[in-house]
Design a protein around this ligand. Sequence first.
Ligand SMILES: [Zn+2]
Ligand SMILES: [Zn+2]
Length: 181
Amino acid sequence: MKQIFTIKLESIPAEGLDICSEWDTRVAAEIIQQDVCGFKISSPLLLNLTFSLLAEKVIIEGNLKTSIETTCVGCLSEFIQPLDINFHYFLCPQSAAVFEAEKELQEDDMEVGYYQGGVIELQPFVREQMYLAVPQNPHCREDCLGLCPTCGTNLNKKNCRCSGATNTTDSPFKVLQQLKK
Ligand SMILES: [Zn+2]
Ligand SMILES: [Zn+2]
C-alpha cells in the first residue's frame, strides 16, 4: 500500500475523497518521534481517511490502527498494546477568519487544525492522535497483579512464598501485639 503523507486540496473532489495508507513501522516511528515519547511503534500504521470540503475548509474523518510496545506500570513487563483510534478534524486555511469557525466548533467533538498553501500534511494529526490515545499508565491487562513488594516476583507469572503473608514478622502491628504480651 502506498505511503501517503500529504493531500493536495485540489485533489479532493466535491463528493469527497477516501484514502487508505499504510506507513511502515520505521517511518511511523520517525513521525511519532518515538525516541522522546516513551513507547515504540511495533506494527505498521494503517490510516483510513475521508476528506470532505466545506467551502475552503476541510473535514477529515479518520481511523488509525497500529500497535505500540510499552511497559506495564504494574509489573514492569513490556507488552504490545493495540491502538484503534477514530478521529475528526476540521481544517481551516491558515489565515484570518478562522477564529469564528474555531469557536463554533469547540462544542462539537472535533479537533480544529490548519493547512497551508493548499496542502494538508497528515503527520501532525497522526502524531497528535497517537499522543492522545497512548495510555498514561499502561497496564498489560486489566487485572495485572503487579510485583510482590517483598521479593519482586511478577505475580502474573507465578506466586511467591511471601504473598498473603507479607512481612508478618516486621509488621508494626505484629510488633505491637508482641509488646502487649
Ligand atoms: Zn502488568
Ligand atoms: Zn514475594
